[in-house]
Write a protein that binds this ligand. Structure first.
Ligand SMILES: [Zn+2]
Length: 475
């Protein structure tokens, strides 16, 4: 025991100062908080806001911190949807890391909130305001991390690029897509970190897991539609648009897309099987084997999250039909929303739905997110994911053990889409990573009275600051 203590003492005195990344001090936390307040109070909604205003404010901060003008790019498709790209120069020993952070927020009707959503209010240990969870918290954390590292003359082993962008939530001028198309050189990186995904799940203050979004499913809406001549409901005929579409939906409901794992969902179940117990742990181990046990798949599929990790899913979300209570319907149309596993195109899913529906009276169209309906779905697909980057996993394991002891780091496949969809399509592996810890029953992104614990924000800064440090000094 004394030998151990001696060892510990030795490492405390001699080893730790060199090995451990510097911490963020009180003035660093104050800086991040000031930036957070400034960003929340700049309205960046689609209706009346401007990401350009926010981008310009951040540009000023970088200039004041000593970043040269030529390392800052401000621009966009118009003067309301501006983006800022900042380059922090490193040694160039490795390809750059690109951080993508959207500046826009969803609408926040004042009358639905207890506080002004565009005032940064601190109350009862929380920060309130639109964007406090999604994602002006991490915008501020990344801006502050860059400025603090720069202030300390930190020289990373590669360039760090921060893109603060427009139109992630809605609108047609997505900043990441626009920058990749118009300024690919500014965005070129070895991989992408997107703090819009991932994060730490808390239950009653206890960290349960540290999630990394390592790939994403693809979003696709399909319209099932049938038409009839109509007529008086007192004289019904068998050919009825509502019955056709309803029967088709029944077949969609019964159909299960095949079980499939990829490099990320394998890692997900591997790591989860180590913390789960009993039947769940046994089933997870069973599905990782070459010939997975169908009974294990069926049991795990009863959990909606695990089900979504193993299958493409399609579910009815809307139904419109009929003109009057006493008229035969001339038209019935339903929307089926699909979340598609990487590797499959939206068109392949459409063809599969046509086979499942199996009724020439029901047409299966693709419902584009622009509002239009297309007879043929696009050929778009999410690239099959690669195994999570070991450099990232090792840095995450180290930091998580220190900051959230006992909570496993779990790579996951996001079931919704983020801006990573554009960077993935550009061939850059992209990871949703955040040090923000939120109670699983207090997720308020897009909701009223959006709020973030003060402590989560402070620790979120501690996390990203050290994470960047660890990633870019490892070798
Ligand atoms: Zn977001």
């Amino acid at each position: 025991m004394s030998k151990f203590v001696g060892c510990l003492l030795f490492s405390l005195i001699f080893a730790l100062p060199a090995a451990s990344p510097a911490q963020v001090d009180a003035s660093g936390h104050q800086l991040a908080r000031d930036i957070f307040k400034q960003l929340v109070e700049i309205n960046t909604t689609q209706s009346v806001g401007s990401t350009t205003t926010a981008a310009e404010a951040m540009e000023q901060r970088f200039l004041q911190a000593g970043f040269p003008q030529q390392d800052l790019y401000l621009g966009g498709v118009n003067n309301r949807n501006g983006n800022l790209v900042v380059r922090y120069h490193g040694t160039g020993a490795k390809p750059p890391i690109l951080f993508i952070c959207h500046l826009d927020v969803v609408e926040a009707p004042r009358e639905q909130w207890h506080t002004d959503p565009f005032k940064f209010v601190e109350k009862d240990g929380f920060y309130y305001g639109r964007g406090t969870q999604d994602m002006k918290d991490n915008d501020a954390i990344l801006v502050a991390s860059f400025i603090l590292l720069h202030k300390q003359h930190y020289h990373p082993d590669r360039d760090l690029i921060l893109a603060l962008t427009a139109d992630e939530e809605s609108g047609k001028y997505n900043g990441v897509a626009w920058l990749l198309k118009n300024h690919p050189d500014l965005m070129k990186a070895g991989y992408v970190l997107n703090p819009d995904g991932g994060g730490v799940d808390l239950v009653n203050g206890k960290p349960i897991s540290v999630d990394i979004d390592a790939t994403e499913k693809l979003y696709g809406d399909y319209q099932l539609v049938a038409t009839n001549p109509g007529g008086h409901s007192s004289l019904p005929v068998p050919d009825n648009a509502i019955y056709h579409v309803a029967d088709a939906l029944g077949r969609v409901q019964k159909f299960k897309f095949p079980f499939e794992l990829n490099a990320v969902t394998r890692a997900y179940f591997q790591r989860l099987s180590a913390v789960e117990t009993g039947q769940n742990a046994a089933d997870m181990k069973a599905i990782l084997k070459p010939n997975p046990d169908p009974a294990a798949i069926a049991r795990l599929s009863e959990n909606p999250v695990w089900n979504s990790m193993m299958h493409t899913t399609c579910v009815a979300t809307r139904f419109n039909s009929g003109l009057a209570n006493n008229a035969l319907p001339q038209r019935a149309a339903a929307i089926v929303n699909c979340r598609v596993l990487p590797g499959y195109t939206l068109r392949q899913i459409q063809q599969q739905l046509i086979r499942v529906v199996n009724d020439p009276k029901v047409t299966v169209n693709y419902a584009a997110n622009t509002g239009g309906v297309l007879a043929t779905a696009p050929d778009k697909k999410q690239h099959p994911p690669v195994a999570p980057n070991p450099e990232i996993m090792s840095a995450m394991d180290k930091l998580a053990a220190k900051m959230w002891p006992g909570a496993p780091v779990i790579p996951t496949m996001a079931t919704g889409a983020s801006d990573s969809i554009y960077t993935l399509a550009a061939g850059m592996p992209s990871y949703g990573i955040s040090g923000i810890a939120i109670e699983t029953n207090d997720v308020r992104a897009h909701a009223r009275d959006e709020r973030l614990p003060v402590k989560s924000f402070d620790r979120g800064l501690d996390f990203y600051y050290q994470f960047i440090h660890l990633l870019t000094t490892q070798n």
